[in-house]
Write a protein of this length. Structure first.
Length: 491
């Protein structure tokens, strides 16, 4: 007796796949590739990850694969894979990154090797387990369960983009998106990166805050001078710089410069955030509830508002202070910002404010490489409802909806350049030690993530997924999406 393909059948396959250890074995092989994009001697490892891991896994599902040279950083190539089943079906673009941060060998607890998957209870240790090899491995495994259950088809068209330079700032990603817009054309992006709101709750986020790092420098003279002989006669750059910073952000973290503040939180964003609660986990620091913009909840401050942070401040030698008026002071600040603040306006706004506030001796500078745009899909977009309903059906839980991640990812390549609705479904959690020694993936989150993505990919093939209007040009879709992000007319 032949059993008809079904959603329950696909989910049963996902459960068996996880229980067999197959996902863990795939991840163990992938962790062993030392794909550190922050080093210049890993080109062979980066290419091998695409050739030996990604391309075979996708080719086994009938994807045509191509390796694209990176036009900006040659040692960080891209893989693009495509499977087209029916021009009338929706097309999904899946993204992941195969590169990792530095392994930090010798700094992992219990002598762990970052390039060897080490299972300790619920924790799967290894570099890239959470960011991002584990996350895209879950998604590819989920695709395979649907492919097998439907007898060698997905039920929708699918494209996959794997980059190998995300941890180096995604050099070349935006150039590839512009040059290959037809190759990457889709109805929506579905990807996984970053953490869940909590390990126990499935999470969806729709974009990310932007980030601009900038330096403030007060350089007054050559060399320091004795504070007994010259104190009170020479301007102190540390005092000036501290005062300049205080004019930008007050003692309670409230931004004082209008050009660095976002527009009011949209009603749809505020409504989505009302269901959330940040912090409170066993590894989380206590939230300072009186810090930041008055009148906002903690959730609104981190997901719906801008934050100006002092990352570093240097004046003299704090470890060996001298009795001298220093010659120079320097600070690095960062603005994390939501949609409505443009990255290119931040440094000019700071410079204008410092001039008007009486700090002509403080200079501001920034590298464009330090800037990430802010992105946010409207929480009312049909793709959001479709995704949340699917995750709820699979897990029996109400997923957390974040209008945007508090951190920054290169989502603008997909939302602004390709004009796609962007749906991110993370399979990690905040205490995963991402970018640090002891990075790990939680087995329970991985198992649930595999089920969630299997259910979502099954549902995409059932014919009910939203579609972009192909009577609207790409440029019109981009314009409408930007207007939507600013609260203007929507498509």
């Amino acid at each position: 007796m032949t059993t008809e393909p079904s959603r329950d059948g696909a989910l049963a396959r996902a459960s068996s796949h996880f229980a067999s250890g197959a996902l863990r074995d795939d991840l163990a092989r992938r962790v062993a590739h030392r794909t550190e994009s922050q080093r210049d001697d890993r080109a062979a490892q980066q290419r091998a990850y695409l050739d030996e891991e990604m391309a075979p896994a996708l080719a086994a599902m009938g994807f045509a694969t191509r390796i694209l040279a990176n036009p900006v950083k040659a040692d960080c190539p891209f893989l693009v894979a495509s499977r087209v089943e029916d021009a009338r079906a929706p097309t999904i673009l899946i993204y992941g990154h195969g590169d990792v941060v530095l392994g930090m060998e010798g700094r992992w607890r219990e002598g762990r090797d970052p390039w060897r998957l080490d299972v300790a209870g619920e924790r799967w240790y290894g570099r890239g387990t959470a960011d991002n090899k584990g996350q895209h491995s879950i998604n590819l495994a989920a695709l395979r369960q649907v492919f097998d259950e439907r007898g060698g088809r997905l039920g929708f068209n699918c494209k996959v983009l794997i980059e190998t330079g995300e941890e180096a700032g995604s050099p070349g990603l935006r150039e590839i998106a512009r040059a290959e817009r037809e190759l990457l054309a889709a109805d929506a992006l579905i990807a996984s990166d970053g953490p869940r709101l909590s390990a126990e709750r499935p999470t969806v986020f729709l974009g990310s805050r932007g980030a601009v790092n900038f330096d403030l420098v007060c350089d007054l003279r050559e060399g320091a001078h004795h504070s007994g002989n010259w104190g009170g006669l020479l301007a102190n750059p540390g005092t000036i710089l501290a005062s300049a910073i205080a004019s930008l952000v007050d003692a309670n973290g409230r931004i004082r410069v209008e050009g660095l503040r976002p527009p009011p939180i949209p009603a749809s964003v505020r409504a989505a955030l009302a269901d959330l609660s940040v912090g409170g986990g066993p590894s989380d620091p206590p939230v300072d509830r009186d810090w930041g913009e008055p009148g906002l909840t903690p959730e609104e401050r981190v997901f719906g508002w801008n934050a100006l942070e002092v990352l570093a401040f240097g004046c003299g030698d704090p470890d060996a202070p001298l009795n001298a008026v220093p010659a120079r002071a320097r600070a690095t600040l960062q603005l994390r910002f939501v949609v409505g603040t443009q990255a290119e306006t931040v440094v000019p706004a700071v410079a204008a404010h410092l001039g008007e506030a009486g700090f002509p001796r403080v200079q501001v500078s920034s590298s464009r490489m330090d800037a990430f745009p802010a992105t946010r899909l409207d929480p009312d977009d049909p793709w959001v409802d479709f995704t949340l309903a699917s995750l709820r059906r699979t897990s029996g839980k109400a997923p957390a909806l974040l209008p945007n991640l508090g951190g920054s990812i290169p989502n603008d390549a997909f939302s602004d350049i390709l004009g796609l609705p962007t749906i991110w479904i993370p399979h990690s959690y905040a205490a995963c030690s991402q970018h640090a020694p002891d990075e790990h993936l939680l087995a329970g989150v991985a198992e649930e993530g595999l089920a969630l993505m299997t259910g979502l990919f099954w549902d995409l093939g059932e014919g009910d997924a939203p579609r972009l209007s192909f009577s609207v040009t790409k440029d019109q879709r981009l314009r409408l999406r930007r207007e939507s992000s600013r609260g203007g007319p929507r498509a």
